[in-house]
Ligand binder design. Structure first.
Ligand code: FPP
Length: 190
């Protein structure tokens, strides 16, 4: 590999604008965007990148129209069914970071099954951030630490070790597909 990039993170936005600009409904952009994720996993793996984290749904995204939320959840389900064999075959370590508790039980089960069967894999670490917010992640990490070490001051190492991405290291490259230059509560610590 010609460059030293270990952890790539992608904010998958601009889909709505892209679709509207082509006279399609916004969700069409999400559908096309979701398809691209499979290609991105293949290319990331080929480049020898160690970790990939994609932002599929933020804690703020619940304020979107119900029909759009439903489409995004359906896309996640379709993606998981489609990618599961490839995750296993290519020994990709899969994880959802954020919250899955508001998803239909069937999808929660699917997520847990894929996480469980891939937890010892040594290949690409692939994280989907769903119902994810970085401030929420950091707050939970600190509270977890306080509960386990009452009265002890937290260090930055201990905080990092309590985050969902503890095995992936800091982000080396952040791509925001819509072209804006904002972090939007995504992997703030990392
Ligand atoms: C925000 O930007 C993007 C989202 C809320 C959804 C991104 C999700 C996907 C592309 C599909 C999910 C993929 C998987 C693998 C589950 P926007 O497109 O609404 O931005 P815009 O309004 O700026 O165009």
């Amino acid at each position: 590999m010609a460059f030293d990039v270990n952890h790539v993170a992608i904010i998958m936005d601009g889909n709505g604008r892209w679709a509207t600009g082509r006279s399609h409904p916004r969700v069409w952009g999400h559908i096309r965007g979701a398809r691209k994720v499979s290609e991105i996993i293949t290319e990331t793996d080929k480049l020898g990148i160690k970790a990939l984290t994609i932002y599929a749904f933020s804690t703020e995204n619940w304020s979107r129209p119900t029909s759009e939320i439903k489409t995004l959840i359906k896309l996640l389900k379709k993606f998981l069914h489609l990618e599961r064999p490839r995750i296993i075959k290519n020994r990709i370590r899969f994880k959802v970071i954020g919250n899955i508790g508001h998803l239909p039980v069937e999808i929660q089960t699917l997520v847990r099954e894929i996480e469980e069967s891939s937890k010892d894999f040594e290949g690409l670490k692939f994280n989907i951030a769903f119902d994810y917010g970085s401030r929420d992640e950091i707050t939970k990490a600190v509270n977890r630490y306080i509960a386990q070490h009452p009265g002890k001051e937290i260090t930055s190492e201990a905080l990092g070790a309590n985050l969902h991405t503890q095995l992936c290291g800091d982000v080396d490259l952040l791509i925001r597909t819509g072209g804006d230059q904002r972090i939007s509560n995504f992997l703030l610590w990392q």
